[in-house]
Design a protein. Structure first.
Length: 423
């Protein structure tokens, strides 16, 4: 069958690789894609829901896979469902109401509260209630967690040690629109002390398939220091996600989430990302995403040995319980190669060399494009994701860093301590 994938980053590159491997995939299209994704399918440039819908009709597309969150929050699933000539296309991605789980921190926190899903204590404030927000901060202990309510490209969360700085940042977010419209509301949370991990499911609204878990590394600097980024690397599986911990995740978080969506008549078809904190062996939800994570997808899908398109076809008729998932027992590690200066200002159009000397690594393109001379150049903050498999974490990491020695572009930056906390 013919499939269209939306997106152009590392997450979509990882999805493209497993979709292209499926025996059920006939023609595979990606919009807009990137140079590295051309090995998996045909990259097409489509703008807006109308163009995407027309392309699907013209090319007999049967499955639309939505990679990033913005089209879901904007309602692409609703657009297809409401069109007579598009409604039979399987859309992997939830509708606009469900997408608020990621699109609004306030919505997701209220949802968790309603359905008894473990999460940190919180309150939400606007510019009109700024002083109450500062008072709430004073009731908490350091560090202080401020979250922009809306989408802020993974950068709308601040964790601050100093109360005065937290009060200033709250004012900057609410009064000065530090994160634009995304911070017109700010959620202040109690800080949870523990270790993070990411858990993923694919659900048809009734049933779910548990994908491999992963741990990502968000800070720009070694030892988890500096600014938050979209993610500097990931590891899968995660050693502390043992059977006892994962049973709690399934019972207290995944199943309550899916039952809660059903109870509220929210039809959810697609991936759910659970950003979790392991607090003394108990999982708490830090955030939901309504799509796969990045750079976790690069590690998760490197271990995926099943036919993912078969799973997508079973979603349509709520038959996902029939799906048998096979996961490679090896460890996958991912290291992101970034533009110098990221996550703040950085230069683009740096020529990338060494992409042919990659041993047995998977090189996922994340922020690349072709220039007029047909050279691969940088076009984003996170440029390439280098992923390798190994018997143990260290084996896979050694392969990653050996591969990276052969790749270069001007001011290339990467963390050299990915996974070290798990060794």
């Amino acid at each position: 069958m013919n499939i269209l994938l939306l997106g152009s980053g590392g997450r979509e590159s990882a999805l493209a690789r497993v979709i292209a491997k499926s025996s059920k995939t006939d023609k595979f299209f990606i919009t807009p894609g990137n140079p590295g994704m051309k090995q998996y399918g045909d990259c097409v440039d489509l703008k807006g829901f109308d163009q995407i819908g027309d392309f699907c009709k013209t090319n007999d597309v049967k499955i639309l896979v939505v990679g990033p969150e913005q089209p879901l929050v904007d309602g692409i699933s609703d657009y297809f469902a409401e069109k007579e000539d598009l409604k039979d296309i399987i859309v992997i991605g939830p509708n606009k109401v469900a997408a608020q789980l990621e699109g609004s921190k306030d919505f997701s926190k209220h949802f968790m509260q309603r359905h008894n899903i473990p999460t940190a204590k919180y309150a939400t404030f606007t510019s009109q209630t700024l002083e109450q927000g500062k008072e709430f901060l004073r009731t908490l202990s350091s560090p202080y967690v401020l979250k922009a309510d809306g989408l802020a490209a993974g950068k709308g969360v601040l964790i601050l040690d100093d109360l005065n700085q937290a009060e200033k940042e709250l004012e900057d977010m609410l009064k000065n629109e530090k994160f634009g419209e995304a911070s017109s509301k700010v959620v202040i949370e109690e800080f949870l002390s523990g270790i993070e991990c990411s858990v993923f499911v694919l659900t048809d609204g009734d049933n779910y398939v548990l994908l491999p878990e992963a741990k990502d590394y968000k800070r720009i600097g070694e030892g988890d220091t500096g600014l938050n980024t979209g993610g500097m690397g990931s590891i899968s599986p995660v050693p502390f996600c043992n059977e006892e911990f994962m049973q709690k995740v399934k019972t207290n978080i995944i199943e309550r989430t899916i039952q809660g969506l059903k109870a509220e008549n929210i039809n959810y078809q697609g991936f759910i990302f659970f950003g979790l904190m392991n607090v003394g062996g108990d999982p708490y939800v830090i955030e939901y995403n309504v799509r796969m994570g990045d750079p976790e997808s690069e590690s998760v899908f490197a271990r995926f040995d099943s036919d993912i398109v078969e799973a997508f076809t079973l979603v349509k008729d709520k038959r996902l319980k029939e799906y048998n998932i096979n996961i490679n027992p090896l460890t996958a590690t991912t290291v992101m190669l970034c533009s110098g200066g990221y996550p703040e200002s950085y230069e683009k159009n740096k020529v990338i060399s060494g992409l042919d000397n990659t041993f047995d690594a998977i090189i996922y393109h994340a922020g690349t494009k072709e220039n007029a001379d047909n050279q691969i150049v940088t076009s984003g903050g996170r440029v390439l994701a280098v992923t390798c498999l190994g018997e143990k974490i260290q084996d896979a990491l050694d392969k990653c860093y050996k591969t990276i020695e052969n790749i270069s572009f001007d001011k290339m930056y990467f963390r050299k301590d990915i996974g070290k906390d798990l060794l």
